[in-house]
Design a protein around this ligand. Structure first.
Ligand SMILES: Nc1ncnc2c1ncn2[C@@H]1O[C@H](COP(=O)(O)OP(=O)(O)OP(=O)(O)O)[C@@H](O)[C@H]1O
Ligand SMILES: [Mg+2]
Length: 286
């Protein structure tokens, strides 16, 4: 909980890691988000789907405090991040790890230095030996042993994703955000990335937020999915609830993708909501 002037959270369920509370965002006269409400539950995977230009990236930028809502609130661990200045916001940002599209590795640095980068930037007190131990054990954990001296260009797309994930995990975030993690990957590698997202969630106990255009991936990994259309969450629920539930717009969106959850199935070792889990809630379209 924050001290000082930050607003007291009114009614946030304890399982909500992030609560997006009626958030609106305008750029000039254009309203991009029109009152978005989302409960992102602890240690679950939430997948945000929706058409191009729907406002997904804008939402992501608001979550990590790169933009401020025009109105509404974003509560992270019960703390309203809207009023925070740059310095306290940096503290909140450390709760988040970002896995960027195409991994966004630094091409001129080898794999070791790419993964060590956040530690060298944010953990100035750490010795070179501690950095080495931490980086090497993470690379081993993610199946990248003996790749330290390679350059990013010498790795496959799937390996680069894992390096990006290793780097995102260095500062031990509690919330991992993946921006289109499977775009540009072949179906087999996409499946490996899906497995990796679920394994990482389970092993590190993180909350995952995934922005995706990949419906098959969404069905494999999502505890809940949010369908965003023109700046509004029009439906949310489990993949089955979206594909076969009450929301016509969701059924149509999924049918148009040509992918069905019962044909795709879950990633191997998919675990339902942890700790007995929050009951699945369904928000009919607004
Ligand atoms: N800084 C900005 N200034 C003005 N308009 C913006 C700004 N950022 C985003 N927009 C507009 O907001 C809308 C939503 O953009 P956003 O990038 O959030 O969409 P998206 O859902 O991520 O789309 P995609 O799936 O194509 O990545 C777009 O119409 C975009 O032009
Ligand atoms: Mg986007």
């Amino acid at each position: 909980m924050s001290a000082g002037a930050a607003r007291q959270a009114p009614r946030i369920p304890p399982e909500d890691h992030v609560f997006v509370d009626d958030v609106k965002k305008s750029f000039g006269t254009t309203q991009v988000l029109k009152g978005v409400t989302m409960h992102l539950r602890r240690k679950e995977t939430a997948v945000i789907i929706g058409g191009s230009g729907a406002g997904k990236t804008t939402l992501l930028r608001l979550l990590i405090g790169l933009e401020k809502p025009t109105s509404g609130h974003i509560w992270v661990d019960g703390e309203d991040i809207g009023p925070l200045g740059e310095r306290p916001m940096n503290r909140v940002r450390q709760k988040f790890g970002m896995v960027f599209q195409y991994a966004a590795l630094l091409d001129s640095l080898n794999i070791f230095d790419n993964v060590a980068f956040p530690l060298r930037e944010h953990r100035k007190h750490m010795s070179e030996k501690d950095i080495r131990d931490k980086v090497v054990s993470m690379l081993n954990l993610l199946g990248l042993e003996n790749k330290e001296k390679r350059m990013p260009s010498e790795l496959s797309g799937g390996q680069r994703k894992r390096v990006g994930l290793a780097r995102a995990l260095m500062l031990e975030p509690k919330i991992l955000i993946y921006d289109e993690p499977t775009s540009g990957l072949d179906p087999q590698t996409s499946r490996m990335v899906d497995d990796l997202i679920e394994e990482t969630r389970d092993r590190f106990g993180v909350t995952s937020v995934v922005i995706s255009h990949d419906m098959a991936s969404t069905f494999r990994i999502a505890h809940q999915a949010f369908l965003v259309i023109q700046g509004q969450v029009v439906a949310s629920g489990t993949p089955d609830e979206l594909a076969y539930g009450e929301s016509e717009i969701a059924r149509e969106f999924i049918a148009a993708s040509g992918v069905a959850p019962d044909r795709v199935g879950r990633v191997e070792n998919f675990k339902q909501a942890p700790e007995g889990g929050a009951a699945v809630r369904y928000h009919p379209s607004s």
